[in-house]
Design a protein around this ligand. Sequence first.
Ligand code: CA
Length: 488
Amino acid sequence: MTNRTMMQFFEWYLPENRLHWKRTAAQAAELRRAGINMVWLPPAYKGAAGAASVGYDVYDMYDLGEFDQKGTTATKYGTKEAYLSAVKALQQEGIQVLCDVVLNHRMGADGTEQVMVTEGLEENRGQDISGQYPITAWTKFNFPGRAGAYSNFQWNASHFSGTDWDASTSRKGIFRFDGKPWNRETDTEKGNYDYLMGADLDTDNPEVVRETQNWGKWYQETVHMDGFRMDAVKHISFAFCRDWLAAMREQKKDLYVVGEYWARETEKLTHYLDVTGRSLSLFDVPLHFRFLAAATSNGNYDLSKLFEHTLTETDPEHSVTFVDNHDTQPGQALYSFIPAWFKPIAYAMILLRDVGTPCVFYGDYYGIPHDGVAPVLELPRLIKIRERYAYGPEHQFFDDGSLVGFTREGDLEHPDSGTAVLLTDSSGGSKRMYVGKRLAGCRMADALGRVPGTVEIDAEGWGTFSVQGGSVSVWVTEPALEYLYLYF
Ligand code: CA
């Protein structure tokens, strides 16, 4: 079995040239060669911002770049035809495709309605700050440009539970529609975090349940994806999401699904997994914030506790590890970008340990020209080491506050496998680590080339490895080093 490595194949500021799907298809073979076997694509349907939309401002989920709506037929990424070709090209290379699904909200309505609302406090949604009064809400979605193709369903205020804009007074607020309490089974941040943005879906309305399932089935039949990345699940009724996934699995049992539950508290993530019957994985957001803290503590972070009580530690089977994404990159809503010096360290940890499913960020792999962010140069090499050599039992040496490491014994199935990783957030040093008796007598070398020379593994399976200050060294066997030297 080859290790699973996911890539988030977009960043926020991709050029608005409608070529991304074509580029995805063109890069498919290269991604496979690089060791990527799962790709998460951005939301493919028409957003309110038309050709400039990244995809999270969902307007029409049946418009995959096919209808003249919001001033464009193609999306920012290209046409429906190019999208379907991209998915096929990836799958033909043996790469699984995850499609981004946004079920929380809709934006860019075609018309307004008068709706009775109660206004709530922005920071505490449970607290009403008004009596009932009417607003003019953007809640009518008729999709005139699509004219009933694929579905005749039209959305109106009865399908939503709230919005944040009164068009009659041009005023922003948290407006809860009459007779519609916020869903209690959502995140508890801000009192109740059902409402995020736009027109919020009323998941208690059976028509909404039916329509989102109908759409999901159409989407599956149209695209034949291998799984989903579920957007903003903390803002959506947990039971609704669980049931939606169950309906999708009636068509494809082995859908791989990862949800975005943006919370630093691991308890919230494990609670969500409990409630949804572990029918999906979640991004390990707590681990991302550990990386950020470690990278910004001037070498004073206690690395021995880095993984302590993260999702990766408590439920590795359902943890998708990542370093950064399109929301944490500079200029975005959840800005918390990991500083460049720490990136190779963080990637070595998510790619070479045997826990979690790592997700590599496009912006780290290719760079982010919009903000002058350079690619992480070590990344292709680390992915290749994961693909070929990071196998077998793991041994942890998280026994020091500033100098920690871990090893993999390797296995028979993967020639020349076995790795030793040593990293530090302060000054360099050495550590004796056990890599297993299988490698006794082998010589290992730093595949990142920072530490010269080789380390000989003794008869008991131990070696003494070194690392330079503020960096990571990744030790592989001599034949593995030769392979990497020739490959790159
Ligand atoms: Ca919601």
